[in-house]
Design a protein around this ligand. Structure first.
Ligand SMILES: *Cc1c(COP(=O)(O)O)cnc(C)c1O
Length: 444
């Protein structure tokens, strides 16, 4: 029988050469395939898993909830787990955020924040705020609205003709700084691009959306928190919303519970998903202020209503899982324990990889490390893309029992927080040997 599934983010033809891996079960940081191979899940199953697969506490939380309530319509109805989750999330986000809107996937959270931002200005009688500003390399999901603020052309090009036209700004390019600065001697001169755009277009811009500190899918580009504090200050001054997409950075990944803590800023919208359920079930939320909420609060007939909805909004199993995720953070001192682990991971990566000529930059933020490979570390010229250097490392690492993934010629390490020291060692060592073999096979 023909293989029936069309997989995401893939050219299916690649699988003529690289068969799809059939996973039978998973436990802790390990995935097990049908042939009995095991793989360390070095990318947390696409950045979602925090506490390992088949985690006892999370399994039990879901089982317990299953006996009580699995799902109920969320328009006009509520339930214990959604209330509990809301109250607990509000305690750990900036104080200005007071209301929570539920959805299922990251892209929906982004859609909701864009719609709310534009609609808010309409409701309070400010006309013409019809655009959003986003960063080059930014990634906020792939539904059409989210694609309209996509800063990575790869995912967007085919759809340009049917997208809302928004405004892209040069990203803080720390590795190839246009101002010739380095990470350690910079005063975010690159913020001038943002300043210029926002100052000249404030009347038509409703909001700016960014991934704080780390642009994930755009190639793990990392930038200083100062950029964010400047952005908050300026957007406030110009009456533009700041939408923080912490879908990937949230829940401890950058070292703090949320990346925004490192810039000490309060956004108008905060989008969360991915790690919110420890990678178990789809759930996303948008947190916002009373001011924005109140602009929609009126008699139905006034037409200010936010009528956005999804079938599984506030799913009770997902909420139970999210509550247990927060319990684990509290009970197990996760953020503190992670420090020791990612410090070790960083040291190992630096030690193993520092001598390769092809290593352009190794960068780290919290429990994320990334290696950008280049043809020449002095000119920073990229490697010929037809070699598919990064992709080959990903394939080689799989043969060595490690699931890494590449983004172009960059590989990244983003394991579940429950990874132990010897597993970290195995992860980095396998990546090193995979890289060495790819270099030996493709260059002399
Ligand atoms: C994954 C991601 C999204 C989209 O989330 P989906 O659940 O895949 O729709 C949006 N923004 C960022 C930063 C992400 O990493």
């Amino acid at each position: 029988m023909d293989y029936p599934i069309w997989h995401p983010c893939s050219q299916m033809k690649d699988h003529e050469v690289y068969p799809i891996i059939h996973i039978k079960k998973a436990k802790g940081v390990y995935l097990y395939d049908e042939k009995g191979n095991s793989y360390i899940d070095g990318i947390s199953s696409w950045w979602v898993n925090l506490f390992g697969h088949s985690n006892k506490r999370l399994n039990n939380a879901i089982k317990k909830q299953l006996e009580v309530l699995e799902q109920v319509i969320f328009a006009g109805f509520t339930h214990d787990r959604a209330l509990e989750l809301s109250q607990r999330l509000l305690k750990i986000v900036p104080k200005n955020l007071k209301k929570i809107f539920f959805a299922e996937i990251g892209s929906s959270a982004v859609e909701i924040s864009l719609k709310l931002s534009h609609h808010y200005f309409k409701n309070i009688g400010i006309k013409g705020k019809n655009k959003f500003v986003y960063l080059e390399n930014g990634y906020h999901g792939e539904t059409l609205g989210a694609l309209s603020v996509m800063g990575e052309p790869l995912y967007k090009n085919a759809y340009e003709d049917i997208l809302i036209k928004n405004i892209m700004v040069e990203f803080p390019n720390c590795y190839r700084c246009p101002f010739g600065k380095t990470r350690n001697n910079c005063d975010v001169e690159c913020f001038s691009f943002m300043e210029k755009t926002l100052s000249s277009k404030a009347d038509c811009v409703a909001g700016v959306i960014v991934e704080p500190l780390v642009q994930f899918a755009g190639g793990f580009k990392m930038y200083p928190s100062k950029y964010l504090s400047k952005l908050r200050e300026l957007t406030k001054k110009l009456n533009i919303h700041l939408i923080l997409d912490e879908i990937a950075t949230g829940f401890g990944r950058t070292g703090t519970m949320f990346a925004l803590e490192q810039a000490q800023i309060e956004p108008d919208f905060l989008c969360l998903s991915k790690g919110i359920t420890s990678g178990y079930l789809p759930l996303s939320v948008v947190l916002t202020t009373d001011e924005i909420y109140n602009a929609f609060y009126d008699d139905y007939s006034k037409g200010k209503n936010f009528l956005h909805s999804h079938s599984y909004d506030g799913n009770a199993l997902a909420c139970a899982c999210a509550c247990e995720t927060l319990n684990i953070f509290e009970d197990e001192n996760v953020l503190e324990n992670n420090k020791k682990k990612y410090t070790l991971m960083r040291q190992l990566i630096e030690n193993y990889f520092k001598d390769f000529d092809f290593v352009g930059e190794i960068r780290h933020t919290g429990f994320i490390s990334a290696i950008e490979f280049v043809k020449d570390k002095y000119t920073k010229m990229p490697i010929d893309s037809s070699i598919r250097f990064g992709f080959k490392i990903y394939r080689k690492a799989l043969e060595k029992g490690v699931l890494l993934r590449n983004l172009g010629d960059l590989i990244y390490f983003l394991p579940p927080y429950v990874i132990d020291n010897s597993q970290i060692e195995q992860l980095v060592e396998s990546a090193y040997f995979a890289t060495k073999e790819v270099i030996d096979e493709n260059f002399c």
